[in-house]
Design a protein around this ligand. Structure first.
Ligand code: AMP
Length: 438
């Protein structure tokens, strides 16, 4: 099967060939023909599967085929949860649209809105955006959704986790009801299914990997190590193995900063990426990591979600996530594009229960190792058991706690509690949660 066989035009085939793609990935093979036919799609696909080209190529083709000779209203909108993902998707859109007369743009928060407004006013066919900034721009009348033909929700599960459901529904309320809808999500919770039911019409389901499955080539390793020794152990791992490119996850922004500082002090180049960093710092950290000018990127879950870092050999969980699905997302960053990868977790006594839950989800026991000189001595009880014994957190509550404790953004719309965003532009921005990535 070739890109041409899927029905893509010569202009698009040429652009993907220049990217070096020789054949469509499974998700592309499955999704592109349906999208070209104008069908709605509900796709289960993680980052790394080629899903971005899977929706961008056919959408570009449809836009190019139906272009008005004079006007350039906004006809396609891609919503993404994070700024980084928006920038990354837009980079792809630009590359794939090199040989078609389609203009694209990206808008997200944390940067000056003025250039974004100017670009939008100059006419854009396809826009990639994070929901918060997009609504602000809509409130300012810098963008209209009246002519939208295609809506793409990328990483819909993460958008829900980040409390964007209200913003998404509001954005949709400004669109024509007759349009094509494409939804991509790595996981399918009840909430996602509900959102899909509300938005999609007779969608074709496209699956590439079983739900919550991890990349086959990833090996999981657990090192049992005391909490206070984790930094020292991380430094040892990186130095002893002479690793060149490592993505490390911490649960909190503060933890990410602290670890980054210590790594730098020990002579390992590193940068942190999380919601409290300025957009400039986040972009720079990611760029430096991708081009190997720094060895380590320390990230919180939400900041790292959806980042396309090809052939990442090592992912280290400095702390285990307390939402087991986040483990799957984290290690989705390694073993990409068929390459082998290693997911390493440092587990202290407090995290044993998190490990159990991850193993349950993966249906696989993670092999634990103890390294000489780092033998664990702590006997602190598992964190969750400790909290539960106080009777303060049931299973359900735990997941919303998990969302906020990653230090980035509250899960399950807690920010609307007592802080309802008003419908006016001003009210919305000032009422919106400060922590949110928009
Ligand atoms: P994505 O899942 O969209 O983030 O894509 C993951 C990576 O795969 C990106 O670096 C793409 O450039 C790359 N990619 C997408 N489609 C193909 C393909 N058909 N062949 C090889 N690489 C691809």
């Amino acid at each position: 099967m070739t890109f041409k066989d899927l029905g893509l035009s010569q202009a698009l085939v040429k652009a993907v060939e220049e990217k070096g793609y020789t054949k469509p990935s499974p998700i592309q093979e499955k999704a592109i023909p349906h999208i070209l036919e104008g069908k709605d799609i509900l796709a289960s696909a993680q980052t790394g599967t080629g899903k971005t080209a899977g929706f961008t190529l056919p959408v570009l083709q449809r836009l190019a085929e139906t272009k008005h000779p004079k006007y350039r209203p906004l006809r396609a909108l891609v919503l993404t949860p994070t700024r980084e993902l928006a920038a990354q998707v837009h980079d792809n859109v630009r590359e794939y649209s090199k040989y078609v007369d389609i203009k694209s743009a990206v808008v997200f928060g944390g940067v000056n809105a003025k250039p974004q407004i100017a670009t939008l006013r100059s006419g854009v066919d396809i826009l990639v955006a994070t929901p918060g900034r997009l609504l602000d721009l809509h409130d300012q009348k810098a963008v209209s959704f009246k002519r939208i033909d295609v809506l793409i929700l990328d990483e819909a599960d993460r958008m829900l986790d980040m409390g964007f459901v209200r913003d998404i529904n509001k954005i949709i309320s400004f669109m024509p009801t007759k349009r094509q809808n494409l939804m991509f999500s790595a996981t399918f919770s009840k909430d996602i299914k509900k959102l899909a039911e509300g938005i999609l019409r007779n969608p074709v389901s496209v699956e590439t990997a079983p739900q919550n499955s991890t990349a086959k080539k990833v090996t999981h390793k657990v090192y049992k190590v005391d909490k206070k020794k984790k930094t020292e152990f991380t430094i040892k791992l990186i130095k002893d193995n002479n690793w060149k490119q490592i993505l490390i996850f911490t649960r909190t922004k503060h933890g990410a900063n602290k670890l980054t500082e210590k790594l730098i002090k020990s002579g390992i180049s590193a940068a942190a990426i999380h919601g409290n960093k300025s957009q400039g710092a986040r972009t720079k950290a990611l760029k430096n990591f991708k081009d190997n000018s720094i060895k380590v990127l320390v990230a919180t879950d939400i900041a790292a979600r959806g980042l396309d870092i090809p052939l990442l050999p090592h992912v280290v969980n400095y702390e285990l996530p307390n939402v087991p699905e986040d483990y799957v997302h984290r290690i989705g960053r390694t073993g990409r594009a068929g390459a082998a990868g290693e997911a390493i977790s440092l587990v202290c006594s407090e995290e044993v229960e998190y490990q159990n839950e991850i193993e349950k989800l993966l249906k696989e026991k993670l092999k634990s190792t103890i390294v000489e000189g780092f033998e664990p001595t702590d006997t602190a009880p598992p964190k969750r058991a400790a909290t539960q014994s106080k009777g303060s957190f049931g299973k359900k509550k735990r997941s919303s706690k998990g969302g906020s404790s990653n230090g980035n953004t509250p899960k399950r719309k807690p920010h609307f509690k007592g802080n309802k965003p008003s419908t006016s532009g001003r009210g919305r921005s000032s009422g919106a949660p400060k922590k949110r990535h928009d």
